[in-house]
Design a protein around this ligand. Structure first.
Ligand SMILES: Cc1ncc(C[n+]2csc(CCOP(=O)(O)OP(=O)(O)O)c2C)c(N)n1
Ligand SMILES: [Mg+2]
Length: 338
């Protein structure tokens, strides 16, 4: 097999927004709003004690999941993280079954026994959220290897955080992907923190430089600009589909909420309210909304209509989950390993 360094990159011309169909732009907007409203509702049900377990919210990072997943086919694979709701929804996950899972109900993706960090939907190519930092990197790379060996027309995308960049699994997996020219895309979500530690105190050098050291071409983009993410994702996925091997995209973004529900934004004093507010000003949804109104033929009332439709979907989904039954006590040892 030829190595990635020996193969030229396909040429992807700069994507002009005016070339993108309005339907696609509105789909991007709808998917981002779905994630935002899903996460706001998750925050609400958790805060009111209706939801057990734990959740890590994706609020503020929506443009990354959507800008990438909108370039994928249903049979393409993704792996997600502990902060997985956004990736799952962007790839087509069903908010009813997701809320049911979060609330521990039998109608959930894991019959209510897995919770937020274990949601899987093989029919949508979603190989799982993952509570193990960097765990998805090995799985996505393995899925890329199987696609290549079985000559299947699918690619594999791994979402991971800046924290995962310092795990050994990244180097083991990415090294093989480069050596064996696997159809894998590495999407690093650089939100500046791993739990309560700024990445500047945990990471020497940058993700793209580390990828380049393994002959994996890279890009670094504004992860709050969905069109920038989309353009980089088209570049990376086209390379994978055309047999040119792996690519690496760093998306610079920020999480608005705390690391998990036990951290109210800055409970442990690691970042400061000013910084949070500064990033909220760069809201990926508001930015895209303004952009659509100013540069495309979209009326704000059209976007308000999408907001309302999505709100209805989310309200109906969480209501479904609240009303749904818990698994029967007799099934407590089914579907679990222990
Ligand atoms: C292997 C492993 N080590 C440590 C943890 C504990 N942990 C959970 S999330 C997290 C930080 C992850 O940071 P990052 O990858 O940047 O993702 P983010 O939370 O910022 O989205 C850590 C250390 C874990 N789940 N798995
Ligand atoms: Mg992080």
């Amino acid at each position: 097999m030829a190595r990635a360094e020996e193969i030229p990159s396909p040429s992807v011309e700069y994507i002009e927004q005016s070339d993108l169909p309005l339907e696609l732009l509105l789909d991007m907007y709808r998917r981002m709003v779905t994630i935002r409203k899903f996460e706001n509702t998750t925050y609400d049900v958790y805060s009111r004690g209706i939801m057990p377990g734990l959740a890590h919210l994706y609020t503020g990072m929506e443009a990354v999941a959507v800008g990438v997943c909108i370039t994928l086919n249903e049979h393409d694979n993704i792996t997600s993280t502990h902060r997985g709701h956004g990736h799952l929804l962007a790839k087509g996950g069903d908010p009813k079954r997701m809320f049911a899972e979060l609330l521990g109900k039998e109608a959930g993706y894991n019959r209510g026994k897995g919770g937020s960090m274990h949601i899987v939907d093989m029919s949508l190519g979603i190989l799982g959220a993952n509570g193990i930092v960097a765990g998805g990197l090995g799985i996505a790379t393995g899925a890329g290897l199987s696609a290549k060996l079985m000559k299947e027309d699918r690619i594999s995308v791994s979402f991971f955080g800046d924290g995962a960049l310092n795990e050994g699994l990244f180097y083991e997996a990415a090294n093989m992907a480069s050596l064996w020219t696997l159809p894998v895309v590495y999407i690093m979500e650089n939100n500046n923190y791993g739990e309560y530690t700024p990445s500047s105190k945990a990471t020497a050098g940058s993700g793209p430089a580390r990828a380049e050291a393994m002959c994996i071409p890279s890009k670094s983009v504004d992860g709050n600009d969905i069109l920038a993410v989309y353009e980089a994702a088209i570049w990376a996925t086209e390379r994978a589909r055309a047999g040119f091997g792996p690519s690496f995209v760093e998306c610079k973004t920020y999480r608005w909420r705390g690391h998990h529900m036990g951290d109210q934004g800055d409970t442990y004093g690691y970042r400061g309210q000013d910084e949070i507010e500064e990033w909220m000003e760069k809201c990926p949804i508001n930015r895209f909304r303004t952009h659509l109104i100013e540069s495309a033929t979209v009326e704000s009332s059209d976007l308000d209509g999408i907001d309302a439709q999505v709100q209805n979907l989310i309200d109906a989904s969480v209501e479904f989950a609240k009303q749904a039954p818990y698994p029967d006590h007799s099934e407590v040892f089914e579907d679990v390993y222990a």
